[in-house]
Design a protein around this ligand. Structure first.
Ligand code: SD4
Length: 351
């Protein structure tokens, strides 16, 4: 976290973001950077490792689509990550159900929601995009399609995630807490009640956006959604325009946090449309966050939503309701960049 702390200080010293006057306090640091192309960015600390897998594709001239799929598969396979893919925390009834979406430069998109027993939902989402006339498959139908496509059925619950679920069952207290995403990734689930990214009382997602050497964009988003969610609950991540949106003429955006708030505001589409109208990625992310806050002024203090965006020129923006959101940056100059996102409400992150 030392690198992140240094980056926080540097970012805090920078000027504030453009946009409307805020009705509440906000931090004044700037999240903007400019990258590549080719380049790739993604949400949260674990985006650093994911970016490197994506970079391996981009650096050899591969497509942005191949890059984001390869990158998103990294946290999906990481057993220390309890918010994406295998080892994701289950719903309240003990089912691990996964949501993912992918979108390419030509506006093609595919998604799965409530997918069970399949370890790489991002790759199933890509098959939906490439092999079917549909955009979104859900639940048992998504699983059937995945098996037909050759994906093995696997147990996604690990002993650690089962222990955390059984611990939660003692209280049945469903209360997502903001800002736990920067917690103690990789620690035992009982070591800290907010534990891993997206901690056991919380949520988290990897959203990844890339530009390849041809200047084409693509995006991917994958998550196990809110820990202890109601069975059947679907968040923003597999909803095109909410958790992910790519427009090759303009740029791309993705989101993390409480998906219901992102869906209500069609967050990622909003960010891209604001960029189309001339806003920088940073200003667009700021406005999308403020829309959420304006709709829920009383509840926003307890919510976390973060947006990450990039435009065709490689300019990056990131902004969240609460401090503590981070994003990973990667291009030819540096493959392991990690930045704190500025936020509407200032304050130290939880890490
Ligand atoms: C969701 N946004 O399901 C996703 C995952 C998440 O922090 O909670 N991310 O709402």
């Amino acid at each position: 976290m030392a690198g992140l702390a240094t980056a926080t200080a540097a970012a805090t010293a920078a000027a504030g973001v453009a946009g409307e006057a805020a009705a509440a306090p906000r931090s004044r640091h700037r999240g903007a950077s400019r990258l590549g192309p080719p380049c790739v960015i993604s949400t949260w600390d674990f985006g650093v490792a994911a970016n490197q897998a994506a970079w391996a594709v981009l650096a050899r001239g591969g497509t942005a689509l191949d890059a984001v799929e390869a990158g998103a598969r990294v946290p999906e396979a990481d057993l220390k990550n309890h918010s994406v893919g295998r080892a994701g925390y289950p719903d309240r009834d003990g089912h691990v159900s996964l949501d993912a979406s992918i979108m390419d430069a030509r506006g093609n998109c595919g998604a799965v929601a409530g997918l069970e027993n399949i370890a790489h939902p991002i790759s199933v989402a890509r098959r939906v995009m490439e092999k079917t006339p549909h955009v979104l498959l859900v639940g048992a139908g998504a699983e059937q399609f995945a098996v037909e496509q050759g994906f093995p059925r696997e147990e996604l619950m690990t002993p650690e995630s089962r222990a955390a679920w059984q611990d939660w069952l003692k209280t049945h207290d469903y209360h997502p807490k903001a800002n736990s995403e920067m917690g103690t990734y990789g620690k035992a689930p009982t070591a800290d009640p907010l534990g891993t990214p997206g901690g056991k009382d919380n949520h988290d997602t990897i959203g990844m956006l890339a530009i390849d050497a041809h200047g084409d964009l693509a995006g991917a988003c994958t998550t196990s959604g809110m820990a202890w969610k109601l069975r059947g609950r679907v968040g923003d991540s597999p909803i095109i325009g909410a958790g992910l949106y790519v427009d090759n003429e303009v740029g791309a955006a993705t989101s993390t946090g409480v998906g219901e708030e992102v869906i209500r505001n069609v967050g990622s589409f909003l960010v891209v449309e604001l960029m189309r109208q001339g806003r920088s990625p940073q200003a667009a992310c700021v406005e999308a966050v403020r829309r959420i806050i304006r709709r829920k002024p009383d509840g926003a203090r307890d919510l976390q939503v973060g947006f990450l965006a990039i435009n065709r020129r490689g300019e990056v923006g990131a902004y969240a309701i609460q401090s503590g959101f981070s994003y990973a940056l990667c291009d030819a100059r540096r493959q392991d960049g990690l930045m704190p996102a500025p936020s509407f409400y200032p304050g130290p992150g939880p890490a």
